[in-house]
Ligand binder design. Structure first.
Ligand SMILES: Nc1ncnc2c1ncn2[C@@H]1O[C@H](COP(=O)(O)OP(=O)(O)OP(=O)(O)O)[C@@H](O)[C@H]1O
Ligand SMILES: Nc1ncnc2c1ncn2[C@@H]1O[C@H](COP(=O)(O)OP(=O)(O)OP(=O)(O)O)[C@@H](O)[C@H]1O
Ligand SMILES: [Mg+2]
Ligand SMILES: [Mg+2]
Lengths: 256, 256
């Protein structure tokens, strides 16, 4: 059955969606069957893969609040081997609706149970918060992939994230751990970027990936064409970097 | 009494904190008495102004959950006329604690009531979500300032934000409206940035500010020195842009 990886960091705008979509596409290119599960009400991972949820169409909120089978909500993308369980704005109300639900932290793991054997990797794109949606991702996950932007505020947010991971590991999902820390949006014009890379490598040691994702114009433009970078500009620095990151992930998962 | 402005956008990393801190410092430079109220558990606005909350020290979570007087939690900053009501990580638990509290959406407006007459402007830095903390900011606010990053995903998020503003305006705070939309992180290397500016100006018409904030290295470096840009590099493009934005805001508030 699939390895479930939650792509999470409550700091906003650090590249969670871009990393989910780009790694997902790179793994699919290597022939792995991949599901991107969009757990962010903004639905950026869905639209970044050209999937839009119309009125009345099943999506993530139905799966985790009403128990709709995930298979009914999953869509194929234009990319072979890559499917999406899309999100819509209605997902924003799920946090409030789940608060008093039974087993509220297990809504996602239960929702995905029926489809895990169809994929080798499931990537869950998390919203920028440590609320009930992200907790659901942590309970469903075998491991976490944490994107860290090469900027100052990104370092500050790690304390809160590590604290929450510890609580979930102790009470809801024993064995949950950070599988990898990915450095994103590296801008060689600032000294600060290299300082953040050094700090993160010092703090996380071997868990930080070797590959550092550069800040590039093409990566910021890809979402407006609703394509991942590997399709939008396959020869670009951004595509190469995310393929390299995907290969590192495959090695760590023992799927290389 | 002070005009309360909530700086909000649930899309992450669009420049909410940078805009709150920079405009706050620019207004204080002009001699206005300003309070920055940090409503984000990440506490970036607090640390961006060199304020850290130690164990047991009062902060935003005490004001909105326990009713601690705001005056007890407010700190002076190194900048004359600029104070901060700081946030700490504990604020993350406030959302869950407030869910069943009486008048849960009015915790902030009640908390600020005792200090509004000491300031001319209160800027509330919101977290990247539309949960109970941001709703509290919308209830306390006279108007909203919405930073929009000049990137594709930033446009997509506006639908959800406008929907939430409408709900709060109808049910909790009649008259709430977007006072201004600020375009941030404009990178002249991408065609997309100008397209976003044009789209936002078309959609929001006169509510979009004239000033466009450029993406600059110095703005990204200022937080690591715990200083707003007007202090960190007073002659920089970033400082000039935020002073110009602050002046536009003053004109709209009738305080110029
Ligand atoms: N390496 C990169 N180079 C240039 N732009 C990038 C890069 N990675 C991401 N971006 C852009 O930066 C913005 C933030 O990235 P993204 O939306 O992936 O972050 P996020 O962590 O998912 O944000 P949120 O917290 O809102 O979910 C987007 O506009 C995206 O297109
Ligand atoms: N104009 C700019 N030029 C360069 N860097 C910027 C600019 N504005 C903000 N930044 C940097 O971009 C990152 C995101 O900005 P910021 O933290 O202010 O956004 P935010 O909307 O408050 O994020 P969050 O959603 O996590 O609260 C920060 O590292 C900040 O230093
Ligand atoms: Mg995202
Ligand atoms: Mg912020």
């Amino acid at each position: 059955a699939a390895t479930v990886i939650a792509v999470a960091n409550q700091k906003g705008g650090v590249g969670k969606t871009t990393t989910t979509v780009s790694i997902g596409a790179a793994l699919a290119e290597r022939g792995l069957r991949v599901l991107v599960a969009d757990l962010d009400p903004q639905g950026n991972a869905s639209t970044g893969l050209d999937i839009r949820v119309g009125d009345g169409e099943p999506s993530m909120v139905d799966v985790i609040v009403d128990g709709t089978p995930a298979a009914d909500a999953i869509r194929a993308t234009a990319i072979e081997h890559l499917d999406v369980l899309p999100a819509s704005l209605e997902l924003a109300s799920a946090e409030v609706e789940l608060v008093s639900a039974m087993a509220r932290e297990r809504a996602l793991v239960n929702g995905l149970a029926g489809v895990r054997d169809r994929y080798q990797v499931v990537l869950v794109d998390c919203p920028p918060s440590l609320g009930l949606l992200t907790i659901n991702a942590f309970v469903a996950a075998d491991q976490l992939l944490v994107p860290v932007q090469c900027e100052y505020y990104a370092l500050e947010g790690l304390t809160g994230l590590l604290r929450t991971i510890g609580l979930v590991e102790k009470n809801l999902n024993p064995g949950l751990a950070i599988g990898g820390v990915a450095l994103t949006m590296f801008d060689s014009r600032t000294r600060l970027a290299q300082q953040v890379v050094d700090d993160v490598r010092g703090y996380f040691a071997g868990r930080a990936f070797e590959t550092v994702i550069p800040r590039t114009v093409r990566l910021s433009e890809a979402p407006s064409f609703a394509q991942p970078i590997t399709v939008f500009d396959p020869e670009s620095r951004g595509a190469d970097a995310y393929r390299s990151l995907a290969d590192e992930l495959l090695t760590r998962l023992g799927l290389a």
